[in-house]
Design a protein around this ligand. Structure first.
Ligand code: GLN
Length: 536
């Protein structure tokens, strides 16, 4: 039978529930258990696809085309296994399902209520991933903080669910903060006590407390927390601030979180976790022998979470070659023809980020012109590739007003246009070209050398595409379409001849980079930037 672990949060948000969940999953996976993680978000949007990145950071896209919370990216990067639509549920989706059933008449004249109908639908979703025997353990991370109005139905659903499946088959881990009061020189346990008390009011006794702290928990503190919160002393787990999120699995191993969890779930401890590859990755991450500066040009750079998967992909690719990648965030809005040289001075590579809308678009064009003309390594992702096509059209092909119809619907040279099947779509949510699509790589190109194969699959999230009416003109002038969708001829990769590294991808390679499998495009871009740095 599948076992269920719930991870709740108390005291404050941003304590790192996602990383704790992913770290625990990693430890259990490395002991031989089949584990997946799902995230329940208490907001009313159906999915984060319509959210501005400033709200909750990047929108992560799964293989099956779901637009999801960025924590799913952490799950995939840690576990190296794909997630799906079923791994991210929002209050919006729960209510939508219940309301659809109500319209179908499925409730047979009953009054539809939060309890039992919403809580039943939440519980149904808790179970979905555990149903077909694919997983031994399903970890469910509940977004928000205990005590939030929005979280209440989830907490109640957990209470009922535990009662239904029994205490040996489920477990609640509560993540709290143990703050350090400098004036008193002490760690304080009261916020944790209060937060557990609140959970108790809702009928849930947590089994394990993970305590986020800036200082080590002494035995006395652990004992106090255990005693006042009714847990075993070995169920008080210290989660000390770590230099990198990738240290957390090892910190949790040291705290024996995995053992405590397995014991409580009455599961055999099996083998000790084998984390050799993980440790090897950390070793290379922490002992770089080289250094590169890469500019990330984007419109949401004030909030690095907006580009989470890209920055993590740089970490994986850098570690692979023992190279520290220093990502420098450049707001595209501030780049002009006059200042681009100055602003990009000293960087060894430029990544132009994905994005939507006009703001900062022209700045991205300036950045690309600069790197193209000066042989500085360039990597453009999604909108970044589209910008490269526009830039090349304007400054190499002489199509002065070349543009994407997203930015100027009236352009005389729509080198990037809306995809045919997008033209009649009016709804915004979940209607882009989303998820995994196949791509054929042209022989003899840089893309072929990078991937080392001719057929790939990558994840997408866009409405616009390269306009194939201009294909011949571009190719003749040296911008090669090196990746093509075999089913519809869409250009998925472009690359420049006679340039050390100038590659644009319509898809998002960052979504598939994991600790175990750094993405080849990122590896090669970092390598090209390193070569450029050495030459300088
Ligand atoms: N706005 C562009 C499009 O929809 C690019 C999207 C993106 O960068 N993800 O095609």
């Amino acid at each position: 039978m599948t076992k269920y672990i719930f991870v709740t949060g108390g005291v404050t948000s941003s304590l790192g529930k996602g990383i704790i969940s992913a770290s625990l999953a990693k430890l259990l996976q490395s002991r031989g258990y089949r584990v997946t993680i799902q995230k329940f978000d208490p907001y009313i949007n159906i999915d984060p696809g319509t959210l501005n990145p400033y709200e909750h950071g990047e929108c992560y896209v799964t293989e099956d085309g779901a637009e999801t919370d960025l924590d799913l990216g952490h799950y995939e990067r840690f576990l190296n296994t794909p997630t799906s639509k079923a791994n991210n549920i929002t209050t919006g989706r729960i209510y939508q399902n219940v309301i659809n059933k109500e319209r179908e008449g499925a409730f047979l004249g009953k009054t539809v209520q939060v309890v039992p109908h919403i809580t039943d639908e939440i519980k149904r979703n808790f179970r979905i991933l555990g149903e077909n025997g694919e997983y031994d353990i399903v970890i469910t991370e509940l977004g928000g903080t205990v005590g939030d109005i929005e979280s209440l139905p989830y907490i109640e659903a957990v209470r009922q669910f535990r009662w239904e499946i029994g205490s040996n088959n489920s477990l609640v881990i509560h993540l709290t903060l143990v703050p350090f009061l400098a004036a008193a020189g002490e760690l304080k346990t009261k916020p944790t006590q209060h937060s557990v008390k609140m959970l108790l009011e809702y009928g849930i006794q947590p089994d394990v407390l993970v305590c986020r702290t800036e200082h080590h928990l002494t035995n006395d503190i652990r004992k106090k927390i255990a005693q006042f919160c009714n847990v075993n002393i070995n169920a008080v787990i210290e989660s000390i601030d770590a230099p990198s999120i990738y240290d957390v699995p090892l910190l949790m191993l040291k705290e024996q979180l995995d053992k405590t969890v397995l014991t409580k779930l009455k599961l055999p401890h099996k083998n000790e976790p084998s984390l050799e590859n993980w440790k090897d990755f950390l070793g290379r991450l922490k002992n770089p022998t080289a250094d590169v500066r890469i500019a990330l040009v984007g419109k949401y750079v004030e909030l690095p979470d907006a580009y989470k998967s890209i920055t993590e992909a740089f970490i994986h690719a850098g570690a692979k070659q023992e190279c520290k990648v220093r990502v420098e965030y450049i707001p595209s809005e501030q780049l002009t023809p006059e200042n681009a040289v100055e602003k990009l001075k000293g960087v060894h590579g430029v990544l132009v980020a994905p994005g939507f809308g006009e703001r900062g678009f022209e700045g991205k064009i300036q950045a690309i012109r600069h790197v193209r003309e000066n042989n500085i390594p360039f990597f453009g992702i999604c909108l970044g590739m589209q910008c490269a096509v526009v830039e090349f059209g304007r400054h190499v092909l002489g199509l002065e007003e070349a543009n994407s119809t997203e930015m100027n619907p009236e352009t005389p040279h729509p080198v990037i246009g809306m995809m045919e099947d997008q033209k009649n779509i009016t709804l915004k949510g979940g209607t882009m070209r989303l998820g995994a699509y196949p791509c054929d790589i042209k022989k003899g190109t840089k893309a072929a050398a990078i991937y080392g194969k001719n057929h790939i699959s990558e994840r997408h999230r866009h409405r616009y595409e390269f306009n194939n009416d201009y294909l011949k003109q571009y190719e003749a002038a040296g911008l090669t379409p090196s990746g093509i969708n075999p089913d519809n001829g869409l250009v998925e990769i472009v690359e420049l001849k006679n340039h050390p590294f100038f590659v644009g991808s319509q898809f998002h390679p960052e979504l598939k980079s994991t600790v175990a499998n750094p993405h080849p495009l990122f590896i090669n871009f970092v390598a090209a930037s390193l070569a450029y740095a050495r030459k300088k």
